[in-house]
Design a protein around this ligand. Structure first.
Ligand code: PLP
Length: 409
């Protein structure tokens, strides 16, 4: 019989050895400990609109309540017909080529589908090109699926657009796909059509699939029209992701989708894999699926937030100017979503940006996420979520300014 001192330990699987997800990592754990002890922490770390007073459109809540008794059972694995029909029409408006209702999968957020799409694709040693910086779930899911995320650089000097030459240089015989996050988290970049066309050319030359995470496509500011890369690539096999977490402030309801488009014959076997994994998880949250049609086609309340006078727009203006006025900090203007990714100059001598985030948290009770948490290549950036109201953002900037006045590593 094992005695208490020789008790067997249960360790996590080696599949997780290189998996990182620092948006909710050790610094956040420390913030939770501080809060448990009664400290107030100003949290600018998670892109979750509802707690900052962004309300779900009433008609969405009303429709879900109205349909609750009809959505008690499982739905078909890919999702309700009404939801997929609405997503198909949305895909047509975005000019995604060759999409039928069978090419649409709903998920418990885009997150579930990122995981599913990578698990179905990758064998050990397969490589996927992922942006740096990225939304780190992409790198995590590639790694968890046994693949290797190879990071191509997005260029701060060029409005954070992907460096297409770097992307092409990093292609090997093992590369299967390119991931794009457009609009981008954490930089707020929106990629111009010419850049997307260059990426399509690269994918074409090297016979790669394209995965495009477009969850912020309805949050572009300054009159920018978002282009889905799949619309430029009818001859390639593309998968496009979007959802309602951000545009409809219902991150908690868990509803997202992915759309297969273009030359699907290239992915016949892969699609069988996707279908199997989709069947295995049975279906996504059905009450949340039931509001997709209403959400996509009614009044788009998010539009009021992203124009001059609207909260997201005005908060973006404030944070962009305020960050750039802190000595040693510079920031490219975000064009979409609600994140900024400022740079810290050399005077701070930062070589461990997780330590920087921890020091800031402990000293100023301000929570941000360090840039390397987004697989950025150097410890010289951080991400700030500008969802809080301007009074709170002012407070955050004051704390950051005070901290950086003396901080050196
Ligand atoms: N993709 C990007 C780029 C994100 O920023 C997020 C959430 O922050 C997600 C996907 C996940 O969204 P969902 O709530 O649909 O799982």
């Amino acid at each position: 019989q094992p005695t208490p001192t020789t008790r067997r330990q249960f360790t996590k699987s080696h599949k997780l050895d290189n998996v990182l997800y620092d948006v909710r990592g050790p610094v956040v754990d420390e913030a939770a400990r501080m809060e448990a002890q009664g400290t107030n922490v100003l949290k600018l770390n998670i892109g979750n609109p509802a707690p900052f007073g962004f309300r779900t459109p009433d008609e969405v809540v009303y429709d879900m309540a109205h349909q609750l008794t009809d959505t008690e059972g499982y739905s078909p694995s890919k999702g309700l017909f009404s939801a997929r029909k609405a997503i198909m029409q949305y895909s047509q408006i975005k000019k995604l080529p060759n999409v039928t209702i069978d090419d649409i999968y709903t998920g418990n957020g885009v997150s579930e589908l990122i995981n599913l799409s990578m698990s179905a694709l990758l064998d050990d040693g397969d490589e996927v090109l992922v942006p740096a910086p990225d939304y780190p779930l992409w790198t995590a899911c590639v790694t968890l699926a046994g693949g290797t995320a190879v990071h191509y650089v997005c260029d701060e000097q060029s409005e954070w657009n992907p460096d297409v030459e770097d992307m092409e240089r990093k292609i090997t015989d093992h590369t299967k796909a390119i991931v794009l996050i457009n609009p981008n988290n954490p930089t707020g970049a929106v990629y111009p059509k010419e850049v997307l066309e260059q990426i399509v050319e690269v994918a074409r030359r090297h016979q790669l699939m394209i995965f495009s995470d477009e969850i912020y496509d309805r949050l572009c500011m300054d009159g920018i029209e978002h282009t889905s890369i799949a619309s430029l690539a009818p001859d390639l096999f593309c998968v496009t992701f979007s959802g309602l977490s951000k545009s409809h402030m219902i991150a908690g309801y868990r509803i997202g989708w992915m759309v297969l488009s273009g030359n699907k014959a290239l992915g016949r076997d892969y699609i069988e894999g996707i279908n199997m994994l989709s069947n295995m998880r049975i279906c996504s949250n059905v009450p949340a699926q039931s509001v997709v049609q209403t959400a996509l086609w009614g009044h788009q309340s998010v539009n009021d937030y992203i124009v001059p006078g609207g909260r997201i727009y005005e908060q973006r203006e404030y944070i962009y100017n305020a960050l750039n006025s802190i000595p040693g900090v510079s920031c490219v203007k975000p064009k979409a979503a609600f994140y900024a990714f400022p740079k810290l100059d050399k005077r701070f001598n930062i070589h461990d940006d997780q330590q920087f985030a921890l020091d800031l948290l402990k000293e100023e009770k301000l929570l941000i996420v360090q840039g390397t948490g987004f697989n950025w290549i150097a410890p010289d950036h951080f991400r700030i979520v500008y969802l809080p109201r301007i009074e709170d953002l002012k407070d955050a900037v004051a704390r950051m300014t005070r901290f950086l006045e003396h901080y050196r590593q």
